[in-house]
Each structure stands twice: as structure tokens, then as C-alpha cells.
Design a binder for this molecule. Sequence first.
Ligand code: SAM
Length: 246
Amino acid sequence: MPATPAWPPRSLPRLFVRAELVKGARVDLDAGQANYLGNVMRLGEGAELLVFDGATGEWLARIAEAGKKRMALTIERRTRDPEDIPDVWLAFAPVKRTQTDWLVEKATELGVAKLLPVMTRRTIAERVKLERLEAIAIEAAEQCGRTVLPEIAEPLPLARLLEQRDVTRKLYFADEGGGQAAASAFRPGPAVILTGPEGGFTDEERATIRAATNAVPVSLGPRILRAETAALAALASYMTVAGDWR
Ligand code: SAM
């Protein structure tokens, strides 16, 4: 569910909808969205909002029908084309649930294209629930103005990530043992940033990752960051020097 906004709202509500959007289309909302617009935002027939489907940009919509549990919109006009998301993925060792939720929310805001939960030797996360992570990413995209959602991959073991990867995609490895300074390590272009679990990578894992083709060990400074802080700091650094914050 979208977060409760400040009241009165300063801008139009934004919703992700699972329907292909075109001018004139009618879109039925699910019960949660209808409740949000009707009971939380107190909007009724004729009210405007913004919607996006993850593929066709952002659209102005109007509430055409408002029932107790159902709501239908009509799509009026496109307000934004889909944005170009930098081609940067975040492969992260999941941590505890609250911190993983936080990581997914913030990485979506920072502009990640794809999130890959990676199981390492010292990963001690509870089971990763993809549906929950997708819901968090949708809520963050609604809030921050993204028109394209990040893709969320099934969790995969570190060895498989390294075997299967396209080696032309640069692998930036956040290595607490040292590496190239983040300010000079990142370059524009397809990238995957890899960060470890709370216990760090084992020496064997570090050696394997460092030996991978097109891998760049990156230092995030002299302090040991918590796993979720490291993932987001690396992503923000990439966006600053090589992504769309330049
Ligand atoms: N237990 C490890 C230790 O004491 O050395 C620390 C692991 S740290 C909490 C979790 C992950 O964040 C690391 O595996 C690494 O990927 C990343 N990380 C944390 N601080 C970092 C730094 N200063 N430079 C690069 N990566 C860092």
C-alpha cells in the first residue's frame, strides 16, 4: 500500500497499475488502491491522479467510477515519457528483513535498474520474499516519481552469479579489504555492484570475485559500513560519477 501522504496533499497521487496504458483506456483498480484513493486520500469521481505501468511513461487519469470497494479510472493524456534508468544493477547479500526492505526502498529511489539478492557463505538472511520486495519497490517508485520499476531477480548463489554473468558488464566489488576509491572506480556503462553480508565475504570468495573478468574492487572509504549502508553508498557513488546524477 502507498504510504499515507501529508494532508492536504501537495501534488497529485501517483499509482502503479498493472494495465497497459493508452489514451482513453479504462482501468479498474484493485481493492487496496481503491481504498487508498477513496478512504485515505478522500478522492471521488472526477478527481485527477497520475498513473504509470512501468513501460509507457506517466499518465494523467481521472476517477470515472468510485464505489465502496471498487474504482475505475479513465486515462486522459501522457504527462511523461518513460525515463532512461542507468544500466546499473545491485547484487547484494540479503540481511535481516527490516534492513533488506530498507535497502530495496532506497535503491529504488536512487535509480537502480535491477536488484539481485545473492547468497554468500556468510549470508544469514531469513527467506527472501520476492513479492514483498516487489511491493516495496512499487511503493518507492510511486513516491519518488519513477516511471520504470526495478527488476527484482530470484535469489541466486554467488558462484552462479559469477558463472552466468555477461563479462562485458563491469563487476564493481565493494571490498572492505581495500580497492580503488569509489570516486575514480566507476565509469559510465553497464555495471553490477556487488556487496557482502554483515559478516563480510570469506577470503576465498574475495579472491574468486577479484579474479573474475572485468571485476573492479572498490573501497567505500576507511570505515566499515553496515551491509545495507555499503550497498546504498556504492550505488549513490555510481550515480554521482557514472549514472544520472552527473
Ligand atoms: N565483517 C566484515 C569486517 O568486519 O571486515 C564487514 C562486512 S560489512 C558489514 C558488509 C559488506 O559491506 C562488505 O562485505 C562489503 O561488501 C561492504 N563494505 C563495508 N564497508 C566497506 C568499505 N569501507 N569499502 C568497501 N566495501 C565495504
